[in-house]
Write a protein that binds this ligand. Sequence first.
Ligand code: HPA
Length: 241
Amino acid sequence: MATPHISAEPGDFAPAVLMPGDPKRAERMAAQILDDAKLVTQVRGIVGFTGRYNGPGANQGKPLSVMASGMGMPSICIYATELFGQYGVERIIRVGTAGGVSERVDIGDVIIGVGAHTTSSMNELRIPGTHFSAVADFGLAAAAWAAAAGDPHVVAGAVISSDHFYFKIPGQLDAMRAHGVLGVEMEAAGLYGVAANLGKQALTVLTISDHLTKPSADMTAQERETIFQGALKLAVAAALS
Ligand code: HPA
């Protein structure tokens, strides 16, 4: 029963899917946190794996999937719609990176994206005459927050999901800061819209990889991978809660 963008069979996905943007990161995550990981789809190089969580604690052995989303809201919305709608997936936790916007966050910090403003029109079409509010599932966000256990490098709040990575609208960054936006990324609002529409659960956990307003040193690939571990821990806690 393949869908247009996923070549897996029914039952190939666990109820919970972790979703980084990058297929290579999905592969590394699967190798790191899953026992008996099986490649279940690779259409267009967007790989998906299912196995059993190999970590410590009560969640050990639980089924878990990891699949890449690609970049941007149209891409993640395609995969989320097919996973939720045709593969019985109940929750998707995006595990990505964001550009820091707020003074409150630094490179390496983790954002739990409880809400997502957006420059995209995708959610404008959902409820006629209404500016849709793209929000995370409260239970998932609460589970991630609990797993953070008061870590001052984990903040919860609003992000902006932007259609543009390079193009900057004059005044937009100042206005984001004035409204307490923590960071900018490119997928959360789309994912939250799909989850709302299909009655499913979604969350976004983001590592700050660069900062738009604070001077900061570039990170090596190794440093990026290391700081990513904090976000992954929270995402797994939410996924298997
Ligand atoms: N913009 C959008 N998405 C991002 C950024 C950014 O600056 N950094 C990491 N993901």
